[in-house]
Design a protein around this ligand. Structure first.
Ligand SMILES: [Mg+2]
Length: 139
């Protein structure tokens, strides 16, 4: 099965930046930030829609609290015949790599499209036989 990262591969990756680190934000500031992310995600540009002839899986480090806007976005852009896995742990780079490697195994992914070079290299090391396609800004 083919696997895709979401942000930077299928969906444009210009997430709003927090004005202070998460631990220093008040509850209200975190809520406002989440709202700005939702607004961004609703209007995010679509980079690529895989063919629906074969099932595929999207494995994303996007927080599951954005599932509703993400599913709405995927539907609006014509994504079909896919499974999707949102990260189920804290969004550190180490966790993202472990999570993606686990899902790649679980879904039997043989080719994975990724835009983060460090994650791409780590997945190649952790998943023997996996072909990782590093996607640039202009694929
Ligand atoms: Mg990405």
């Amino acid at each position: 099965m083919i696997g895709y990262d979401l942000d930077g591969v299928l969906r444009d990756d210009y997430w709003p930046v927090r004005d202070k680190p998460y631990p220093k934000q008040t509850a209200r500031e975190r809520q406002d930030y989440d709202e700005s992310v939702r607004v961004y995600l609703i209007g995010a540009e679509c980079l690529w829609v895989p063919s629906a002839d074969e099932p595929y899986v999207i494995i994303t480090g996007c927080n599951a609290k954005f599932t509703d806007v993400t599913m709405e976005w995927l539907g609006r852009h014509g994504f079909e015949n896919f499974a999707i896995a949102f990260i189920d742990r804290a969004r550190t780079r180490r966790n993202m790599i472990a999570f993606k490697a686990e899902k790649i195994q679980e879904y039997g992914v043989t080719t994975f499209y990724e835009d983060d070079p460090a994650i791409a290299r780590a997945l190649e090391r952790r998943c023997p036989g996996l072909q990782v396609v590093l996607v640039g800004n202009n694929w």
